[in-house]
Design a protein around this ligand. Structure first.
Ligand code: AHR
Length: 340
C-alpha cells in the first residue's frame, strides 16, 4: 500500500474510534441523567411532574447538644431524600412554634414535623393542620390532646423509663441512702415531667433516698451550673448526688462542683440523661458517673413516617425509641462508636 493510503486508513480508523468513544460517553451521560431524575422522582414525587416533597419542621431551639444533633439528623435525612425542608427554630417559645405551623399551613406544605416544647396548648393549631389535610408527625416530645387523630404518630423515647433507669443506677451506687438534688428540664415539657416521675418511682422503694432540692435548669449548661451553685451554697456538705434531666445541665453542675472545691463523680455522684459525646468524655475523665441514652437521631424514622402517611398508611400512635444505660465502666470502650 502506498504511504499516503496507509496514513489515510490509520486516520480513518482513529476517527471511527473517536466517534465510538464519543457515542459511548454520550450514552453513559444520558443514562446517569435519566437515573438521577428517576431517583429524584421516586423519592419526592407523588404526582405527575417531578416536584420535591415539602416538609415543615418546627424545632424547639438549640438549648442542648442533644437538640443540635436532632436538627442535624433531620436536615441530613431531608437532603438525602431530596426533600425541601422548611425549618423554623422557635427559640424555646411555643407561640413561635404555633406561628411556624400556621405559616406551614399557608405555604401548603405536604407534611409537618413538630418537636413540641411543652405538652399542652396544641389543640387549636393541630386542628387547623388537620382541616388543611396536612399530616403532623411529632418527634421527640409528646403533646396532651383530647383527640389523637390530630397527629399521625409520635416518634420518641420513653422518658418515664429513662428516669427510672437513672434512679435504679443511682440507688445501687448510693447503697439505697443519700441526699439527691434534681436539675429539671424545661417546665411543662414532656421530658421534664416524665423524667421526674420515672425517677421518683425508681427511688420510691428506697426509704433512705431523698430528693432534697429540685429546680429547673431549663436543659442548658449555663442554667444547670447556676442552679447547682445555689444548691451547693444552700446545703454545703449535704449533697450526695445530682440527678440532671439532661447531660448539658450535668456538665454545668460539674463545673459548679469543681469551682466549689469538690470532686464531681467522687464527692458528689452525678447521673444524667442523653448520652451525648461530652457526657462520655466526662465519664472517661471520672467526673460524670452515668448517662441514660436518649437517641436524637430521629431523621430517618421521621421521614419514613412522612412518606408512609402520605402514601395512605396508618401509623402506630407511638413509635418508641430504645435507649440504654452507660456508666464509667464502659465509657472508654464505647466513646468512639458514639454518633452524637
Ligand atoms: O426532648 C429531649 C430533651 O430535650 C433532651 O434530653 C434535652 O437535652 C433536650 O433539650
Amino acid at each position: 500500500m502506498p504511504r499516503n493510503a496507509s496514513t489515510r486508513s490509520r486516520d480513518g480508523s482513529r476517527r471511527r474510534h473517536a466517534s465510538v468513544l464519543l457515542l459511548t460517553c454520550a450514552a453513559i451521560a444520558a443514562c446517569v441523567f435519566a437515573f438521577a431524575s428517576c431517583s429524584k422522582k421516586s423519592s419526592s414525587d407523588s404526582g405527575s411532574e417531578s416536584k420535591p416533597l415539602v416538609v415543615g419542621f418546627s424545632q424547639i431551639g438549640a438549648e442542648s447538644s442533644w437538640r443540635t444533633a436532632e436538627t442535624k439528623s433531620i436536615r441530613d435525612e431531608a437532603d438525602k431524600r431530596g426533600i425541601d425542608l422548611r425549618l423554623y427554630d422557635a427559640q424555646q417559645k411555643q407561640e413561635n412554634q404555633i406561628k411556624a405551623i400556621n405559616s406551614f399551613i399557608a405555604q401548603r406544605v405536604d407534611a409537618i414535623i413538630l418537636a413540641p416544647v411543652v405538652e399542652t396548648g396544641w389543640e387549636p393549631v393541630l386542628m387547623q393542620a388537620k382541616a388543611a389535610g396536612i399530616p403532623v408527625i411529632l418527634v421527640d416530645r409528646g403533646v396532651k390532646v383530647s383527640d389523637e387523630s390530630l397527629y399521625a404518630t409520635l416518634i420518641a423515647s420513653d422518658f418515664v423509663a429513662e428516669g427510672r433507669m437513672a434512679a435504679q443506677w443511682l440507688a445501687k451506687a448510693l447503697n439505697g441512702a443519700g441526699n439527691i438534688v434534681e436539675l429539671q428540664g424545661t417546665p411543662g415539657s414532656a421530658p421534664a415531667i416524665d423524667r421526674k416521675r420515672g425517677f421518683e418511682e425508681g427511688i420510691a422503694p428506697h426509704a433512705g433516698l431523698k430528693i432534697t432540692r429540685s429546680q429547673t435548669g431549663e436543659f442548658t449548661r449555663a442554667k444547670g451550673k447556676e442552679v447547682m451553685e445555689a444548691f451547693l451554697k444552700a446545703a454545703p456538705g449535704q449533697i450526695n448526688a445530682v440527678y440532671a434531666h439532661n447531660d448539658d445541665m450535668a456538665l454545668g453542675a460539674i463545673q459548679a462542683i469543681e469551682e466549689a472545691g469538690l470532686k464531681p463523680g467522687t464527692d458528689i455522684l452525678i447521673v444524667s440523661i442523653d448520652g451525648v459525646r461530652a457526657a462520655f468524655e466526662a465519664m472517661v475523665a471520672g467526673k460524670l458517673n452515668c448517662t441514660v441514652e436518649c437517641n436524637p437521631l430521629l431523621g430517618p424514622a421521621a421521614f419514613d413516617a412522612v412518606e408512609k402517611v402520605l402514601a395512605g398508611e396508618t401509623l402506630p400512635k407511638n413509635i418508641v425509641v430504645q435507649d440504654r444505660v452507660f456508666d464509667q465502666s464502659t465509657a472508654a470502650e464505647v466513646i468512639d462508636s458514639r454518633e452524637y
